[in-house]
Design a protein around this ligand. Structure first.
Ligand SMILES: *[C@@H]1O[C@H](CO)[C@@H](O)[C@H](O)[C@H]1NC(C)=O
Ligand SMILES: *[C@@H]1O[C@H](CO)[C@@H](O)[C@H](O)[C@H]1NC(C)=O
Ligand SMILES: *[C@@H]1O[C@H](CO)[C@@H](O)[C@H](O)[C@H]1NC(C)=O
Length: 268
């Protein structure tokens, strides 16, 4: 009897944390509808962050998702993260490129590129994410979409963890940075999104995943204060501030350094 009660309590707690810690206020995404989304897993198979495939060899994610290249596995074509569905592709990281301005105490420049040891194959389940141009913004109120698998350390791995998604409007930096909200902690490298009534948000474990506006990845899930809190929108790394860095990191390493003609072209 005692043992049974303990099991019931554990199952209830697991469900509670599972529901609490995933994308807040959203719904299940259609299978493989967000084909550039990847799951970052520990070598033991535990999902801990999201990411976006931006090149067959490269994943864009948050710098705070860095647990060390040796501890990581990247999975593309996933839908239920703890179940093998036959659509997954696995790759180990070759190098992690953390943005040089990343500051873990302020969360500034919370962006990282992961180069894979082997390229992902683009197919019905795996595609590349379109990025915004350098310096482009998204207007306040513009509705964007954030997606992810969430995460919780209590989860045993029995309950299928299905991809979830929710739409959230962009909040102006002025409001997000105001004394009513993040009180001066928002930098120009961050954008905020959420409803003034709260209830819809990304949450722990959605970190590193994409905020998509007009089909482009304008944000990377970065930080916040709780999840779905009316006073505190979700804070995302502003990808358009880093487009040049992304291109230089991905293409600079192969082309620009070895080919002076392309280097001259890229400067135009
Ligand atoms: C991070 O930011 C804080 C606050 O601005 C600053 O004091 C600290 O030196 C920075 N750390 C690094 C590694 O840049
Ligand atoms: C802003 O940052 C300061 C210093 O890191 C911290 O003490 C404060 O709680 C933060 N405020 C909010 C609303 O995030
Ligand atoms: C947010 O407020 C702080 C403190 O007033 C300020 O230093 C910072 O530049 C503001 N951020 C933006 C993006 O304007």
């Amino acid at each position: 009897q005692f043992k049974f009660n303990v099991v019931v309590v554990i199952v209830v707690l697991q469900l509670y944390y599972a529901l609490k810690s995933r994308i807040v206020g959203g719904h299940t995404a259609a299978p493989n509808s967000i084909r550039y989304l990847v799951s970052l897993k520990s070598t033991s198979g535990q999902h801990f962050c999201g990411g976006s495939l931006v090149h067959r060899y490269w994943v864009l994610t948050a710098a705070h998702c860095n647990i060390g290249a040796e501890q990581m596995m990247i999975v593309a074509g996933d839908y239920k993260v703890n179940i093998f569905e036959g659509t997954e592709q696995y790759a180990k990281p070759r190098i992690l490129v953390i943005h040089p301005l990343y500051n873990r105490s302020t969360n500034n420049a919370d962006i990282m590129l992961i180069k894979l040891r082997a390229p992902m194959v683009l197919n019905k389940y795996v595609s590349l994410a379109p990025l915004p141009r350098q310096g482009t913004g998204v207007a306040e109120g513009h509705v964007c979409r954030v997606s992810g698998w969430g995460y919780n350390s209590l989860e045993g791995g029995q309950v299928p963890v299905t991809l979830r998604t929710v739409t959230v409007p962009i909040v102006s930096t002025a409001r997000c940075n105001s004394s009513d909200s993040f009180n001066g902690n928002i930098t120009a490298n961050m954008i905020c999104a959420g409803y003034s009534t709260g209830g819809k948000d990304a949450c722990k474990g959605d970190s590193g995943g994409p905020l998509v506006c007009d089909r482009r990845i304008y944000g990377v899930v970065s930080w916040g204060n709780g999840c779905g809190d009316a006073k505190f929108p979700g804070v995302y790394t502003a990808v358009s501030r880093f487009r040049r860095w992304i291109d230089q990191t991905i293409y600079g390493s192969y082309l620009l350094n070895t080919c002076p003609f392309l280097h001259a072209l890229s400067a135009l």
